[in-house]
Ligand binder design. Structure first.
Ligand code: GLY
Ligand code: MN
Ligand code: MN
Length: 548
């Protein structure tokens, strides 16, 4: 009996599937249609699902779909590929513009890791063509016929995975010939992706090819900039020659060599990220609805913690209350590791250890966001554990609050990310000067070392162009002041870290603060902290009394 259990444990491994989408197949059909319109002529886009990542031994991390893949498909399973074609393709069933490749049914794997789908069932989700993974290999043979193969850069974090086959009722562990590792290897080969590929050198080659008499100087500057980022590029003969002072003949020769270096490649790493960020920075109504829910859930988490907080709590317990609220509302996950930092930990911008056991009377910075059907909130409140801000905490808090107020009201269509950042910086700099913490505005960067704002969506730091604010963007507004110990100011300010972060929908009628339900004003926070918590009677036995 013991042996059987042991064997079962040894043969188990977890990966499961990512979370299913809540949006309709029509939503995704529309997204893919809009995507196709942005593609260059005679191009194909190839996107892969996220890899399964190992946590330790035979346990993997919970699967999370790649946000770009999910954005275009809503498909939640690993080992899958999407192809979208600009121009019509045809097969015996007629014309099509897209094909998704998914894992085939496998009773044994499904017993461990959950349901897979028949191709017909996947088709019901609105894809024009659905194929098994092994067809991908055949279809890769045609990639040479496209002018451009749009793709993201490969990352080297995929494992070659196993599967099981049965012979005479005996189970054998074998290499899965169609896992993501093999799918990408097939693709790499089909597009002739160089083993020693250097992204910057490739970029430089492409710029060199674009250079003409008029743009030569500008492109030289660009290539010089790339060389600054990686000085080894100067060892590349083509790049070195290009950066010399060429006469026309010499220059033509460099271009000829560059063309030769590029001729075997039709892959394109630039266009796909641009299309994705152009699309993803503007949210559809369906996406906004999901984001509103993710934010509303996160707001309840902040409110409940404000009521429940007391000085005997540890950071982890506070984190647990937020995350319990998220689960209670059906949010499967957090959009990023929860940050709960008290005292000196509040000064660590992305502090995620959350292991201080006693927070006493310190200020607690809580930066957390529920992920609701893929879409994540990102909300921060900073509150005093004992329910009352000290004079120093209050003075700094008020500056961050004022800075945030100015930035939120400036979050208007037509303003830029830069302009609202500068408005927030200005308030913080003036406030810190007034308190004698700094003497000139440029020093404020030391205590406000991060940006003001980013898009949220399927990623907590969602892609975007970060230029003008436009309607239907959803962005954070998150100024902060952090004064770690030993900073060059009066020690009474040390170990105070404050961030106030809200999620703001940009509309033609002005900004809408989606997280306004969680108090921000220090007086409102103190008032709410006096209220009784729903967890008041949630009293668990002392752990030592339970240990045998
Ligand atoms: N929670 C990470 C951030 O605020 O950007
Ligand atoms: Mn945050
Ligand atoms: Mn943020």
């Amino acid at each position: 009996m013991k042996n059987i259990i042991l064997l079962t444990v040894l043969f188990s491994f977890f990966f499961g599937n990512g979370q299913k989408s809540k949006l309709s197949s029509e939503h995704y059909q529309n997204v893919r249609k809009a995507f196709r319109q942005k593609m260059p002529d005679n191009s194909v886009a190839v996107l892969f699902s996220a890899p399964i990542r190992n946590r330790a031994n035979d346990v993997d991390y919970i699967y999370h779909q790649d946000p770009n893949f999910f954005y275009l498909t809503g498909w939640h399973q690993p080992h899958s590929v999407l192809m979208i074609y600009k121009n019509p393709q045809s097969d015996s069933d007629g014309v099509y513009y897209e094909k998704i490749y998914v894992p085939e049914r496998d009773n044994y794997m499904e017993m461990w890791n959950g349901k897979r789908y028949d191709l017909e069932q996947v088709k019901q989700l609105g894809y024009e063509r659905v194929a098994e993974r092994l067809d991908f290999k055949n279809d890769c043979d045609d990639l040479g016929s496209f002018d451009q193969v749009l793709m993201f850069e490969f990352k080297n974090d995929i494992r070659n995975q196993n599967t099981y086959v049965f012979k005479d009722n005996i189970r054998f562990k074998v290499d899965d010939p169609h896992d993501l590792f093999d799918l990408k290897a097939t693709f790499r080969e089909a597009i002739n992706f160089p083993n020693n590929f250097n992204r910057l050198a490739h970029k430089a080659y492409q710029r060199i090819m674009e250079a003409d008499q008029e743009s030569l100087e500008k492109i030289k500057e660009e290539v010089e900039y790339l060389v600054k980022r990686d000085s080894l590029l100067m060892e590349d003969e083509i790049i070195r020659d290009f950066l010399k002072e060429p006469d026309q003949d010499f220059y033509r020769e460099v271009k000829r060599k560059t063309a030769f270096a590029l001729q075997n490649y039709n892959f394109d790493l630039e266009t796909l990220p641009i299309i994705m960020r152009d699309m993803r920075e503007i949210k559809t109504k369906n996406e906004i609805d999901l984001l509103k829910k993710a934010v509303a859930i996160s707001v309840v988490g902040q409110i409940e913690v404000m009521k429940a907080m007391h000085p005997d709590m540890g950071e982890r317990e506070i984190q647990g209350i937020h995350e319990f609220v998220y689960r209670k509302y059906g949010a499967a996950d957090e959009g990023y590791p929860s940050i709960v930092g008290a005292g000196e930990n509040s000064c660590v911008l992305h502090y995620i250890e959350n292991d201080k056991e006693e927070i006493n009377n310190q200020l607690v910075l809580m930066d957390l966001g529920a992920e609701f059907f893929g879409y994540t909130a990102d909300v921060t409140r900073t509150i005093p554990a004992n329910g009352a801000f000290s004079p120093e905490q209050k003075a700094l808090y008020q500056i961050v609050y004022d800075s945030q107020e100015v930035a939120i009201s400036g979050s208007q269509v037509g303003n830029t990310f830069r302009s609202i950042y500068l408005s927030s910086y200005d308030i913080i700099a003036k406030g810190l000067i007034q308190l004698g913490i700094i003497s000139e505005a440029s020093e404020a960067r030391k205590y406000y070392p991060h940006g003001l704002s980013h898009h949220i969506g399927l990623d907590v730091h969602d892609p975007g162009n970060y230029q003008d604010l436009e309607a239907d963007m959803v962005i954070t507004i998150e100024p902060g002041i952090y004064i770690p110990e030993n900073s060059p100011c009066d020690p009474k300010w040390w170990n105070i870290g404050i961030r106030i972060e809200d999620d703001v929908l940009i509309t033609n009628d002005g900004p809408v603060n989606l997280s306004a339900g969680a108090p921000r004003d220090w007086k409102d926070i103190e008032e709410l902290m006096k209220e009784e918590s729903a967890l008041k009677d949630f009293i668990l036995p002392e752990i030592n009394s339970l240990v045998q």
